[in-house]
Design a protein around this ligand. Structure first.
Ligand code: NAD
Ligand code: UD1
Length: 309
């Protein structure tokens, strides 16, 4: 490990701030580039001299280029993580979710950085995994601007791998949950919203019949894998799913939440969101072959930690 910082774009966000903690614990210095659109200063230990925060936009090419100078590796997490936000305003989210990625590629090339971990998404498969475990070779079917931007980003990292010797570790995260996931927008991650509403006794809205399923993965288990991606001696080609090959329906999630908090507030069922994926389940074979996967934190344990119980 060198003393040079790891650049984390989106480092003040949910996943990025846990990654910051994990890297600091291993002795790294981190430089964070974040526009604080959903990320927060309070997620970060800014009194630690090994943490530097640059407040700004990944769509600003010159700023990203300056931020990359002197870094040893990049974790590119900055994006508008809400799928629905990209449906509502594709032009705006494209700036963060695609132009930002291209700027990171160029900044790395100029700074001579090879290693990057990219937060892609299960969303690139669209509904193609319907009911089955999705392997990395499952045909891609991006249904939303969010998914199209992530898939395009993957192709660009592959171009820079072939053309400029980049070492991209491309993870397709399934649904990540845990403390610090911001529940404040209606488009926030479902677990953060349900948990917050459950503890405050506010009504819960399920979009659809609640039988849609997701492969929920606990954030600290995820950042363990991201650190491995930064450190691994050689990088194999091809994206890697991050999920458990296990699914939970929203109705089952509500049941688990009820066990952690006691009685739930009223739950109503509203029409499904357009572009919403029905079933999402990761084949984790490639993940298990390439990484030391930590013992998965069970859903109920993760929910209890998220609620501080
Ligand atoms: P988050 O919203 O908490 O984190 C995203 C961070 O990026 C925030 O701190 C935000 O302020 C920052 N950001 C957004 N646009 C920016 C811009 N233009 N310039 C600079 N910073 C910007 O969400 P998260 O769940 O931590 O997501 C992190 C990454 O993982 C994202 O790329 C997301 O698409 C991806 N991902 C998340 C999940 C999940 O389930 N949470 C699943 C798949 C992929
Ligand atoms: C999530 C991530 C996305 C990631 C994808 C990978 C967020 C905000 N989105 O998208 O970045 O790429 O996983 O799999 O982290 N729902 C309700 N009620 C609510 C909120 C949501 O019923 O109040 C439903 C949604 O309609 C959806 C399910 O819950 O069916 C999951 O929604 P959400 O948490 O937003 O995640 P994804 O769309 O799967």
């Amino acid at each position: 490990m060198s003393d040079a910082p790891v650049l984390i774009t989106g480092g003040a966000g949910f996943i990025g701030s846990h990654l910051t903690d994990a890297l600091l614990a291993k002795g790294y210095a981190v430089r964070i580039l974040d526009d604080l659109s959903t990320g927060k200063r309070s997620n970060l230990p800014l009194d630690n001299p090994r943490v530097e925060l640059i407040e700004g936009d990944v769509a600003d090419a010159a700023l990203v280029a300056r931020a990359a100078v002197g870094c040893q590796a990049v974790a590119h997490l900055a994006a508008v993580a809400s799928v629905q936000a990209s449906v509502d305003d594709p032009v705006k989210t494209h700036q963060s979710n695609f132009i930002g990625t291209l700027n990171v590629c160029e900044a790395m090339r100029q700074a001579g950085i090879k290693r990057v971990v990219f937060a892609s998404s299960a969303a690139v498969y669209g509904n193609n995994g319907e009911g089955e475990a999705i392997t990395e070779d499952t045909p891609k079917a991006p249904l939303t601007p969010y998914a199209s931007d992530k898939l395009a980003g993957e192709h660009y990292f592959d171009f820079y791998r072939r053309q400029h010797g980049f070492e991209p570790v491309v993870f397709r995260f399934f649904n990540i949950f845990g403390p610090r996931q911001d529940p404040s927008s209606p488009y926030s991650g479902v677990i953060s919203i349900f948990a917050e509403r459950a503890v405050n006794g506010l009504p819960i809205a399920v979009f659809g019949d609640g039988e849609q399923t997701r492969d929920f993965f606990y954030v600290e288990d995820l950042v363990d894998l991201v650190v491995q991606g930064i450190e691994m001696p050689t990088v194999a080609e091809g994206a890697v799913n991050v999920g458990l090959n296990a699914t939970t329906s929203l109705n089952e999630l509500l049941g688990a939440l009820a066990e952690v908090v006691g009685d739930l507030p009223p739950v109503s069922y509203l029409p499904a969101r357009s572009g919403d994926i029905k079933h999402s389940r990761a084949s984790n074979q490639r993940l298990l072959e390439r990484f030391e996967v930590p013992e998965p934190t069970p859903l109920k344990v993760g929910l209890a930690r998220l609620l501080g119980r």
